[in-house]
Every structure is written in structure tokens, then in C-alpha cells.
Design a protein around this ligand. Structure first.
Ligand SMILES: C[S@@+](CC[C@H](N)C(=O)[O-])C[C@H]1O[C@@H](n2cnc3c(N)ncnc32)[C@H](O)[C@@H]1O
Length: 247
């Protein structure tokens, strides 16, 4: 992937926007196109664009942080011999799948995303990472979709940078949680505000109810997910837990 040839113009540092409003300009021979980072369909269409903006410019570290925490937690609990059969939910263009493959012993990695452009980007840029990749809306999965996922017998659910901000709604996350087996590793990150009394996404209330009887937490790590366009750190929690029972 040659992201060096991309011409990108960023807004000035004074431009303070909520994460899902942040934008940049992609400059091509046809002119200048304003794109929001959260316009994933458009971003994934351009090879290397997501990597250049989110990983190089904004220094996103979440896939590495989360997969390393999972690795350490598995080692600390003497459970790194069972190969993982992972449902990577909100898989995007496959960076998390790639990190998982490097960090832990995986038997299967299956991606799910809601947009076709994500699947196409994986097929184009990381074709050997996923055993399968589905475009599905897990807020309302059909019986066939549930069966297709059930057949993989997942023992891990991983969701990185996809909760809140109008991305994965709580219902879809709960459905994914209920699709993996009891004792599965459950690994996700979430903006710190969404796990506080200031949350307006529904995640705080849902997760507080889930944690305990349904989800046992081993690690809750506060860290910088990425920089904002203005250069400020955006803090998230990385959560590593295990499913106790359905929710
Ligand atoms: C910021 S990207 C993260 C992608 C990848 N997990 C990563 O860390 O590189 C968020 C992804 O969530 C996906 N997404 C948003 N809403 C979704 C939903 N309801 N179900 C599944 N995926 C969703 C988007 O299409 C996008 O690919």
C-alpha cells in the first residue's frame, strides 16, 4: 500500500471538533475533497488513507494496546494454549485482525462490519487475515446470519474503536456478546466518557449491568487511543474480560 503518494491537507490545530466530526482534505487531480474520518465508506475506498490519517498522523495505538493486553492477560491466567476463534466485530479494513494474528494464538479470525467497503478493503489490502468476513447488521441479525456466526464456535469477541459515536449500538454489541460461548474472552475499547455518568450512548448503563454476573473484568486500562486533529490525546478504556453467561 503506497500511502506516501496520498496528498492530505489537515485543518489547523485550532480546529477543535468532536471526534466524529473531524475531517481532512484529500487532494487529487480532480481537486480537493473534504472527508470526515468517520465516513468509513469513503475512507476505505482509497488504499492507505485510513492508515495514513488514523495511524500515522493521529498515532492511533489501540489495536496494538488491546491485543498486547489480551496476550498478557491470557498469559497471566495460564490460558494461552487454547487457540482463539475470534469474532472481530466492527473489523473495518482489518488492522485489528492483523495485530491479533501477530500477538496471540488464533485458530480462526472472522470479521463483521456493517459496510461493504470495509470487506472490499480487507479483500484488497489484507486478504490473508480473515477466515471469513461478513457484512451484517447485528442489531437485527437474520436467523441465517446468526447460524452462520454460530457455526464458527467463537471463544473470543474483539471490538476496537467501534462503540459509541453512532457506530455499533448497544443492542448490536449485546447480540454479538450473546453469540460467543460462555468463558469467551471479551475484549473492547471505549471512549472514557462513554463509561462514565456523562455518557449519552447507553453504553455506561448497559456495561455496568453486564459487568459482574455476565462479564468478569480482568483489566480496565486507561490510555491514549489517538490524538485529535488538534493534537490533544483522546483517552479510552481498554477492557479485557471473560463472558460468564449470556446477557
Ligand atoms: C473506527 S473504525 C474501526 C475499525 C477497526 N476495528 C480498527 O480498529 O481499525 C469503526 C468500524 O465500525 C464499523 N461499524 C460502525 N457501525 C457498525 C455496526 N453497527 N455494526 C458493525 N460495524 C459497524 C464501521 O463501518 C467501521 O469499519
Amino acid at each position: 500500500m503506497d500511502s506516501c503518494s496520498l496528498q492530505i491537507r489537515y485543518p489547523s490545530k485550532e480546529c477543535m471538533l468532536e471526534q466524529n466530526e473531524e475531517w481532512f482534505h484529500l487532494v487529487t487531480e480532480d481537486g480537493q475533497e473534504r472527508i470526515r474520518i468517520h465516513e468509513y465508506d469513503r475512507v476505505y475506498d482509497v488504499p492507505g488513507l485510513y492508515e495514513e490519517v488514523v495511524y500515522n498522523r493521529l498515532q492511533c495505538d489501540s489495536p496494538r494496546v488491546i491485543t498486547q493486553l489480551l496476550k498478557e492477560t491470557m498469559e497471566n491466567h495460564g490460558d494461552n494454549s487454547t487457540p482463539l476463534r475470534v469474532l472481530d466485530f466492527g473489523a473495518g479494513n482489518g488492522i485489528v485482525g492483523e495485530c491479533l494474528q501477530d500477538a496471540v494464538n488464533t485458530e480462526t479470525i472472522v470479521g463483521v462490519d456493517i459496510i461493504d467497503e470495509a470487506k472490499k478493503a480487507v479483500e484488497r489490502d489484507r486478504p490473508e487475515i480473515y477466515d471469513d468476513y461478513y457484512v451484517m447488521n447485528l442489531a437485527q441479525p437474520s436467523e441465517e446470519e446468526k447460524q452462520a456466526l454460530d457455526d464458527w464456535d467463537f471463544n473470543a469477541l474483539v471490538t476496537v474503536a467501534a462503540l459509541g459515536f453512532g457506530d455499533i449500538p448497544t443492542r448490536a454489541f449485546v447480540n454479538a456478546f450473546n453469540m460467543v460461548a460462555d468463558k469467551s474472552w471479551v475484549v473492547f475499547n471505549i471512549k472514557d466518557r462513554f463509561l462514565s455518568d456523562d455518557d449519552d450512548t447507553g453504553y455506561n448503563e448497559m456495561l455496568q449491568d453486564m459487568i459482574g454476573e455476565s462479564l468478569h473484568i480482568y483489566q480496565k486500562h486507561h490510555y491514549c487511543h489517538r490524538l485529535s486533529m488538534a493534537g490533544e490525546p483522546l483517552h479510552y478504556y481498554a477492557v479485557i474480560g471473560r463472558k460468564e453467561k449470556g446477557f
